[in-house]
Design a protein around this ligand. Structure first.
Ligand code: ADP
Ligand code: MG
Length: 429
């Protein structure tokens, strides 16, 4: 590898930049590397894992060199799911753990999953090796619970691949330069998969999950949602950033910057899934590609009484690590939303500053997304009309060239999504 920040990469080498990091130069090879990431619902039961393993074997038999990334097995309540492990360890400790120790617990679920999947591959006659994030060369900064990726080290994975061994990497985790175990935040296994895709210049990075791809809405709320065949990084980023949990926004951002192709597909069938690239090849007749929702929002309205009060409030919330959204500032008031789970913390901060404010709990942010809306007059009018027809009040709104968001009461989430989905003909092929 060349030194960080070195001169132009020599011919035959690839130059990649990862956030906050220098660059790494990877020798090109004639390997056909494919990253295959399996989410929690894809490795939940033994039956599910058999399906996941079949996808890996199929890739290997088709001439690919797979690098597998796995999430922890299942969801809260199931024995090896991350939330179950945290709950059990808090009970064992008799209270909250500090962030460093909690990350050690949180990293366990993926390690168990990697060991199990690697063993299942071995049992079928395929050489495989389970690796922690650290062993796979995934380096991060020291922010426990939401660590940022640093320059990765691909050497061990490359060696395993050159020996014909299938690496099975524990997702969602990394290691600091000092050897501390860190986790990347919720949905972080998607990010692990993409960073490996970028660092190994994979031919394809596949995100396997329990739905057929990226859809026009969350199918758990709208059964009429339709799978998108090809959609742009920018649009998927907006969807993910506005609550569509099918993929992590950081993973989409990294893939876009690394310009690596991503595919989201179902572990449990052979459907082609959704290709995410620079293009949207949907050819939709209308201006949206999807609607997304972000539940559990609380709206805070601050009465501005003193000069500079808005800046002081924003700064205080930032110091508390509370991120705010849908911010509107007027001469006499400021309105914004936060995660409802952080409301107590925000109230303490505001009370401490003797700020006057009112609260509205139980809100949901609904977003209409599509790059084709740019410069098209009347999109907001159609959104407001469609919501008004259903008697849905808009509590606040915001927009960019690619999305329009409206805050509504939680109880109206499904009706609001359905109204927009219908208005913009998203159910039609
Ligand atoms: P995994 O365990 O594979 O990471 P997740 O639960 O994180 O799976 O993500 C898959 C879920 O994302 C789906 O079951 C679906 O309910 C939800 N989802 C939300 N928005 C969308 C969307 N636009 N398209 C597809 N799935 C979505
Ligand atoms: Mg996920």
């Amino acid at each position: 590898m060349s030194p960080p920040g070195g001169a132009n990469p020599p011919r035959g080498e690839i130059h990649q930049k990862v956030k906050g990091v220098a660059s790494c130069h990877l020798p090109q090879s004639d390997m056909r590397i494919i990253i295959q990431k399996f989410g929690g619902t894809s490795v939940r039961s033994r039956e599910d894992r058999v399906k996941a393993v079949a996808k890996i074997i199929k890739a290997k038999k088709s001439g690919y060199d797979p690098v597998v990334v796995v999430s922890a097995m299942g969801r809260l309540g199931e024995p090896y799911a991350t939330d179950t492990l945290i709950q059990a360890m808090k009970e064992a400790a008799g209270g909250d753990m500090n962030a460093r120790e909690q990350d050690m617990v949180m990293a366990c679920g993926e390690i168990l999953s990697a060991a199990v999947v690697a063993s299942m591959l071995e049992a079928q006659g395929y050489a495989a090796r389970a690796l922690t994030g650290a062993q796979a060369g995934i380096y991060t900064d020291g922010r426990f619970g939401s660590a940022a990726l640093l320059k990765p080290d691909p050497e061990r994975l490359r060696t395993l691949l050159s020996e014909g061994i299938i690496p099975v990497v524990a997702g969602f985790q990394g290691v600091t330069r000092d050897g501390e175990i860190t986790t990347l935040g919720r949905g972080g296994s998607d990010t692990s998969a993409v960073i490996l895709g970028v660092m190994l210049r994979a031919e394809m990075t596949e995100i396997y999950t329990d739905v057929d791809g990226i859809m026009t809405a969350d199918p758990a709320l709208l059964p009429e949602a339709r799978v998108l065949s090809g959609v742009s990084y920018a649009e998927v980023f907006q969807m993910a950033d506005n609550g569509a949990k099918v993929i992590h926004p950081k993973a989409v951002e990294l893939a876009m910057r690394g310009n690596i192709p991503l595919v989201v597909r179902n572990t449990f069938n052979e459907k082609p899934g959704t290709r995410i690239s620079n293009y949207n090849d949907e050819g939709l007749g209308d201006v949206l590609v999807s609607v997304a929702h972000h539940a559990n929002r609380a709206q805070i309205t601050v009465d501005l009484k003193r000069p500079g009060e808005e800046a002081a409030v924003l700064q205080q919330l930032a110091l508390q690590g509370i991120s705010i959204d849908l911010i509107n500032i007027f001469p006499e008031k400021m309105v914004f939303t936060i995660d409802q789970g952080l409301l107590g913390q925000a109230q303490d901060a505001l009370d401490g500053m003797q700020t006057l404010y009112t609260l509205r709990r139980g809100c949901c942010k609904i977003s209409a997304i599509g790059s084709a809306m740019h410069g098209v007059p009347g999109v907001t009018a159609r959104i407001m009309q469609a919501l008004a027809r259903e008697g849905i009040a808009v509590l606040q709104s915001a927009d960019s060239h690619m999305h329009i968001s409206c805050l509504v009461d939680d109880s109206q989430t499904r009706a609001a999504l359905r109204a927009l989905h219908k208005e913009f003909h998203l159910e039609l092929v």
